[in-house]
Design a protein around this ligand. Sequence first.
Ligand SMILES: C[S@@+](CC[C@H](N)C(=O)[O-])C[C@H]1O[C@@H](n2cnc3c(N)ncnc32)[C@H](O)[C@@H]1O
Length: 126
Amino acid sequence: MYVDNDPLVLAHARALLTGNREGACSYVDADVRDTSTILKQAAQTLDLTKPVAVLLLAVLHLIPDADSPAAIVARLADGLAPPSYVAISHMTADFAPEPKNFPHTSFRQRTANSCGCGAHKVSRGI
Ligand SMILES: C[S@@+](CC[C@H](N)C(=O)[O-])C[C@H]1O[C@@H](n2cnc3c(N)ncnc32)[C@H](O)[C@@H]1O
């Protein structure tokens, strides 16, 4: 289950993210801030009464502070059965100290704690 709100990305999703006999695969056309739509539509493909993993990869740094990315994480996590997992990856300035600002996007730097939402951290591993 993939979530995005960019029409071009969704065109690829329509072509590629189709299920078959081996397994279900789908996408949700939604803004990541619209967590109720995401959870509702995801439940049409996934059994959310069972644990799942939510991957918020390279997306939360696009969400302005005013839209409370930590609350987005919390709302998504609230809709999951324990012991589900949420993985977050975020742009870092470690290797590019100057903030990267593109014409239509400004990447936001945050600490891990600001998106922690009280979840228990797990150690790295495979
Ligand atoms: C750097 S890509 C990461 C895509 C994917 N998570 C991955 O790891 O391959 C960021 C994606 O976030 C999507 N995106 C940006 N803002 C969004 C929003 N408010 N809601 C949903 N998707 C968004 C963009 O369209 C883009 O496809």
